[in-house]
Ligand binder design. Structure first.
Ligand code: NAD
Ligand code: UDP
Length: 321
């Protein structure tokens, strides 16, 4: 029997590369696509020797062509860390809007099912806590984070429109802060920032007074949730994340303990529109997907720290973002 074919955009990135691994291990033929703007081929180089893996170096904001049959599309291409999308705001808007449109068109032409990577950022700085899928969000469209948040909100709207008006099979995952091996050390997100600082013997930079909260999900749990969502029949958004909420100040203390560094915490100004609290309500995922996270923060952080310890000094001290 012919293998099912899945196209994964953002394949050379953190989440995309883990998804490629999962689909390969499940016996799919995987086509990875990426323009490498924030990704790294190192994340998928182990797949290049496989006959079931193919890579297209392509910017999905331009017309996307894939020959042959396609059964599934997972659209994960997009800068994802605040410093990335602040540096490339227009590309961020384009990949969420034009890129999504191109891929929906491809899905329609191929009669493929499409899953998009949305985000907890669609809730903005939320006034409802924890966040349920019914909450419409509190987003500043013209603030610095608007380029990401609004691209993702548009992406959801466009995807629902293809579902409603063209009958396309679509899935929407709202991903909450996820961490694990293959995050980029200098991508500015809080976990690689803190671990990098600890490894270099620098103080850990907490933004604001550190009372803002996040809820961190280990990457394997997220991938399992996405896999189940893709094969469910539920077309509406589903939160996937770990509800174990922590303040950023406490998180810094956990990293100090984990790494055994002698460094302290230093405080820097809170970036504009930085959400003050974030915690997923995962009742829908529990009910519809029979999913919940399995890896607790202590386990997940240990695996992630062990990964970062294997990086070379050149990578550790690189100023490149
Ligand atoms: P990442 O930066 O590691 O990966 C994104 C990948 O997309 C990179 O390899 C990049 O080169 C590629 N890309 C960007 N623009 C592209 C374009 N126009 N054409 C082709 N490729 C392009 O980020 P990530 O953390 O792996 O995030 C992946 C997806 O998940 C993103 O859509 C992001 O919005 C979403 N997401 C991630 C998180 C998280 O906690 N990691 C949370 C919410 C949502
Ligand atoms: N943060 C911090 N120090 C850093 C990097 C981030 O205190 O060096 C804070 C940031 O202000 C935010 C939280 O950590 O409140 C999570 O930031 P991240 O960029 O990882 O993700 P997001 O804000 O998109 O959830």
């Amino acid at each position: 029997m012919d293998k099912k074919v899945v196209l994964i955009t953002g394949a050379a990135g953190f989440l995309g590369s883990h998804l490629c691994d999962r689909f390969i291990s499940e016996g799919f033929k995987v086509i990875g696509m990426d323009n490498l703007i924030t990704g790294n081929l190192k994340n998928i180089e182990h797949l290049f020797k496989l006959k079931d893996f193919e890579f297209y170096h392509h910017d999905v904001s331009n017309f996307v062509h894939v020959s042959g049959k396609l059964d599934y599309i997972l659209h994960f291409a997009s800068p994802a860390s605040p410093i990335d999308y602040l540096k490339i705001p227009i590309q961020t808007l384009k990949v969420g809007s034009l890129g999504t449109h191109n891929l929906l068109g491809l899905a329609k032409a191929k009669n493929a099912r499409m899953l998009i990577a949305s985000t907890s950022e669609v809730y903005g700085d939320p006034l409802v806590h924890p966040q349920t899928e019914e909450y419409y969000g509190n987003v500043n469209p013209i603030g610095p984070r608007g380029v990401y948040d609004e691209a993702k909100r548009f992406q959801e709207a466009m995807t629902m429109a293809y579902h409603t008006y063209h009958g396309l099979e679509t899935r929407i995952v709202r991903i909450f802060n996820t961490y694990g091996p293959r995050m980029r050390l200098n991508d500015g997100r809080v976990l690689p920032a803190f671990i990098g600082q600890a490894l270099r013997g620098e103080d850990l930079t907490v933004f604001g007074d550190g009372s803002q909260t996040r809820s961190f999900c280990y990457v394997d749990d997220l991938v399992e949730g996405i896999y189940r969502l893709l094969f469910s029949d539920y077309p509406y958004p589903v939160n996937i994340g770990n509800p174990d909420e922590i303040t950023i100040r406490e998180f810094a203390e956990e990293i100090i303990k984990l790494t055994g560094t002698d460094q302290k915490v230093t405080y820097k100004p809170l970036p504009k529109d930085d959400p003050m609290q974030r915690q997923p309500n995962i009742d829908k995922a529990r009910e519809i997907l029979k999913w919940e996270p399995k890896v607790n923060r202590a386990e997940g952080l240990k695996i992630t720290y062990d990964y970062f310890k294997t990086l070379s000094d050149e990578e550790l001290y690189s100023k490149e973002h």
